[in-house]
Structure formats: C-alpha cells, structure tokens
Design a protein around this ligand. Structure first.
Ligand code: GLN
Length: 450
C-alpha cells in the first residue's frame, strides 16, 4: 500500500508507469500475508517490483511503448515474471520505455516521456527509463529492465540507482519482446548492490524454454557482502576517456577509483584498441537484428491492425498500413537501417564486417581479463540531458552509448553504480565490466564502493 500510494502521489508528474496494478497488487499482497508461514523461505516475499513493459505479463497489457501493441495482453508470463512470483514478489505495474527498447531517453515511447525524478525537465535515460525513475522516486524498491546496448545501466546512472546487466545467457529471455537477440539481456535496477544481488539470484539460471539461456547454474550471491576489494585488480581504458566526456563525470570517475584503491584495490591501465568501433558496430548489428525480429508485427497476430476501406485492399496493403500507423519514427529508422545492412550486395560490407570487428572487441576484453578482474569506465559521457535536446539528432543520441554497448557486443556482465552528483545535483554513474558469468566480482566491488 505504501508503494502504491507513492505511485499515486508522484506518477502524474513522472510517468514512470504505463500500467499500475493497484487492485491486483493489493490482492497479491493479501495472498502473501495469508501464506506467510509456509512461504517463509521465499527470497522476495512481499517485495513490490515494477516490470519494464517489454516483458510479458499474463493478462496484463504489454505495450513495449508502442502503438502497434496497444491492447495486447499476453496469454503467458515471461520466465522472469514467473520466477519473481515464485519468489513471493508483488508486481506493482509495468514501466514506460522507448518503443521496443530503441532509445536512450524514454522519449521514443508512444505513451509520452518519463521524467527524471532528480530534475523534471530532464530525461531519465532509456530505454528502461520508467524502471529507473520508479526506483529512484521510491515507487518500488526494485524493477526489472532490459539491456541491449545500455538500457539498464544508462538510466540507472542518470537516475542515481544500481543497474546490472548480467552475462548474455545468465537470465532467460522467454517472454521478452525481442529487440536484438544476440545482445538483449534482462536484469535488475535497485537501490542497493545487495538488492541487485538478491534479485539476480531469483532471475538467473537455466530455462528449457529459452535455448540461449546458459546451463550454468546460478551463482550463490548471498556470501559476497560486505564487499572486500583488497587485491582486486581494476583496469581503466585511459584512451577511451580522452575526449567528449563531461569534466564532472571524469571527476566522479576518478574519485570512485581513488576510493577503491584506498580500500585496497589495484588500479591499472588496460588497452582496448577496438572499443572505438563499438558504437558503429552496435548500430549495424542491433538494427539488423531488430529489422528481422519486428517483422512479426504485421497486424495479423498481435495488437493494432489498420482499418482498410473496402474489400479491394490486399494483405500487403494491410501490412504496410498497419506498420506505418503502428511504429514510431525511431523504430522505422532502425528497420530501414537494418534492412539495408542485411540486403544482398551490402550484407558482406556491413553486417559481416561488423561481426568481425565485434570479435576483435571481445578479444580485447579477453586479453584485458588476463591481467585484471574488472574493467572500469563511466557509464555515460554526460549527466541527464534535457527533454527534447537530442530528439531530432539521432547521431548525438547514439554517441551517448559509447561506454555501454561493448558489454552487449561481447556478452560480458556489467554494472552501473551511483557515483555522486554534479553541482546541479544530477546523478553520475560508475561502470564495471566483468569476466563471463562473474557478476559476483562486480557486486563485491560495487558493495565496497557503497
Ligand atoms: N540506446 C541503445 C539503443 O538505442 C540501447 C538500447 C537498449 O539497450 N535497449 O539501441
């Protein structure tokens, strides 16, 4: 009731939610209360959680921030939702996001933007902007987001909360509306590092319904805290920080490193020579996969269908009109970019080439991890920008992803941690990237930083 009241009091201004499940959540909380004795061992017993609206919830609208899915109610729960419910959680609502998770500001939602709780004229980041704003504003103690190129970590950084992108395959994507299948991961946004560990513990693990989910057993994250960093080696790719990074972000980054070395960590330089190509590689691979994944929204199987006058219109016209009406400008831009990159004659020059450079980026990280336990970078080059500031400049929006996309291209786990405020009181994030399936090290370092 506390969190639902908080949502009722604040969401008119923030618009973090696309759907608030007031009645259902209260009924569920009563059920949890009634079963408290026999459910005592459930790790998230009675914990209210908000879920990004790209994740299927049975009987509850799931829009992906798109008009094309208006009115769609999935007949099943995503695996992550079933796991949360099995753990005793209460789902309080669905959170706003950029359409199909394409964006960095939550301005590309068909249902209007979400505002940053720290400054209402600013973006909360994206695409999981609603999920980050909800936690930052105390509307829920934890939320579930998705991260294809930074969409958990970047909004977490800009809203001053913890955001964890697990290793590719760590968490099942069954029931996630796919954006770019070789990059998408689901993960938690929380107030504290220990909370992120507790939620990841519930989400992680093999799933027979998702062939890309790893068979690696979930880690035991309960014994990491308090985090100790004595002897932990942290690498910094200095060249990547050379230009275009806001001085206040650089200061906060330096202060976090100094604090870690004070506590016994060894900080050294690492070389990631191909990271400079991560943004162009990402913006070939992600739209290519998106153009294929979004082909299913054709007006036949889900959601919106264009109303056609007369029986003369054929099925092709129905597809075209449905997609023209249903998708927003950014999604159309991605479908066109991706279709172009995959087309005969260009496929080798663009898609295949991008996949080769992607392997080089992964090799750089593998080499770095022979010498260090984690790589540190800022999460974003700047703090939250103003609503409207980059909406007409897709390239400026894309370049803001410079520090986040390599973890998705390589599949590596990464976390964004709150690292203080600018003079204007805007949150800044500190990011760590880890070895495959070594979320534990990231959480341990993050806890030491708290
Ligand atoms: N900002 C990136 C994009 O627009 C990442 C989005 C994401 O992680 N879902 O594609």
């Amino acid at each position: 009731a506390h969190y639902l009241d908080r949502i009722a009091a604040t969401d008119g201004r923030l618009h973090a939610f696309t759907t608030v499940l007031r009645e259902a959540a209260l009924a569920r909380a009563d059920e949890v209360d009634a079963r408290r004795a026999s459910w005592r061992d459930r790790p998230l017993l009675g914990v209210p959680i908000a879920v990004k609206d790209v994740i299927c919830t049975r009987g509850v609208p799931t829009t992906a921030g798109s008009r094309i899915l208006a009115g769609y109610r999935p007949p099943y729960d995503a695996t992550v939702v079933s796991r949360l419910l099995d753990a005793g959680a209460v789902i309080v609502g669905k959170t706003n996001c950029d359409e199909f998770a394409m964006g960095s500001s939550t301005e590309h939602s068909a249902y209007g933007p979400t505002r940053n709780p720290w400054a209402l004229d600013r973006i909360p980041g994206g695409s999981s902007g609603g999920a980050a704003a909800a936690v930052a504003a105390g509307q829920a103690p934890a939320s579930i987001g998705t991260d294809t190129g930074g969409s958990i970590r970047q909004p977490a950084a800009l809203c001053g909360v913890v955001g964890l992108k697990p290793t590719y395959g760590r968490v099942s994507r069954y029931g996630l509306l796919a954006f770019a299948s070789s990059l998408d991961q689901i993960g938690p946004l929380t107030w504290t590092v220990a909370d992120a560990a507790a939620v990841l513990q519930v989400l992680a693990g093999p799933d027979p319904r998702d062939a890309t989910a790893s068979t690696e057993p979930p880690p035991d994250l309960s014994r990491l805290f308090p985090g100790n960093v004595r002897g932990t080696r942290i690498g910094v790719p200095r060249v990547a920080l050379a230009d275009g990074v806001d001085p206040e972000v650089l200061d906060a980054f330096g202060a976090a490193l100094a604090m870690l070395s004070d506590r016994g960590a060894e900080v050294c330089d690492v070389d990631l020579p191909h990271m400079q190509y991560a943004v162009p590689v990402y913006y070939l691979v992600a739209p290519a996969e998106a153009s294929s994944n979004l082909a299913r929204y054709d007006g036949v199987r889900y959601g919106h269908r264009a109303k056609l006058d007369g029986a003369a219109a054929g099925v092709s016209e129905m597809y075209a009109r449905t997609r023209s009406e249903g998708f927003g400008a950014e999604v159309k831009r991605r479908i066109m970019l991706g279709t172009y990159a995959l087309s005969a004659g260009y496929y080798d020059a663009y898609y295949v080439h991008a996949q080769r450079v992607r392997s080089l980026i992964r090799n750089d990280f593998d080499r770095a991890f022979a010498a260090v336990d984690a790589v540190a970078m800022p999460t974003t080059p700047t703090p939250a920008f103003r609503i409207g500031e980059r909406i007409d400049d897709p390239l400026a929006m894309y370049l803001g992803d410079v520090f986040t996309v390599s973890a998705n291209l390589t599949g590596l786990p990464a976390i964004s941690l709150p690292a203080g405020l600018t003079q204007a009181r805007l949150p800044i994030g500190f990011q760590l990237v880890g070895r495959p399936f070594d979320e534990a090290t990231l959480l341990r370092i993050g806890d030491a930083l708290e």
